[in-house]
Design a protein. Structure first.
Length: 162
């Protein structure tokens, strides 16, 4: 029995040693795995921080680009408005000049037509006066002829030419 007990104690001792060895190996592996996980978590944290920093910088750069583009568009808008205003002013000036020219031409045409009307009026008045003078002259001649020759038969039914 002693031999069995010694043998059992030897086995228990070996089991304890193996158990300690396995526990030690397990602890080392656990610590190694824990260290690996910590280093991976640290690396991922650093990558995440770097990514955040990079994205923040990119967003700032993009924001600056947008602001610059907006300023450029505002400048272009102002220039286009100025060009439009200048074009409108030029058109207004041109329209004013054309209206002045047209008004001057109409005034000249009115004066010319007025002068022509006055001339025509004078010609008609003079022609009318000449007819009245001619009628008076012919009446005088007829009266003198009538006084010289006696009663003159009016041309018509009983006179010569009927």
């Amino acid at each position: 029995m002693r031999a069995v007990e010694t043998r059992l104690q030897g086995m228990e001792e070996r089991l304890r040693e193996e158990h300690e060895s396995i526990r030690s190996d397990f602890s080392k592996q656990t610590e190694s795995l824990e260290a690996l996980m910590r280093s991976e978590v640290q690396a991922l944290t650093e990558r995440l921080a770097a990514e955040r920093t990079r994205r923040t910088e990119e967003l700032k750069a993009l924001s600056a680009e947008f602001k610059e583009a907006l300023r450029a568009l505002e400048k272009r808008h102002v220039k286009l408005e100025e060009a439009g205003t200048m074009a409108d002013a030029a058109l207004r000036d041109q329209l004013l000049l054309q209206s002045r020219d047209a008004a001057a031409e109409l005034a000249k045409l009115g004066e010319r037509l007025g002068a022509e009307l006055s001339r025509s009026h004078q010609e008609l008045k003079s022609a009318k006066t000449d007819r009245a003078t001619l009628a008076a002259l012919l009446s005088d001649v007829a009266a003198q002829l009538g006084a010289d020759s006696g009663p003159v038969a009016a041309p018509g039914k009983n006179g010569p030419g009927s």
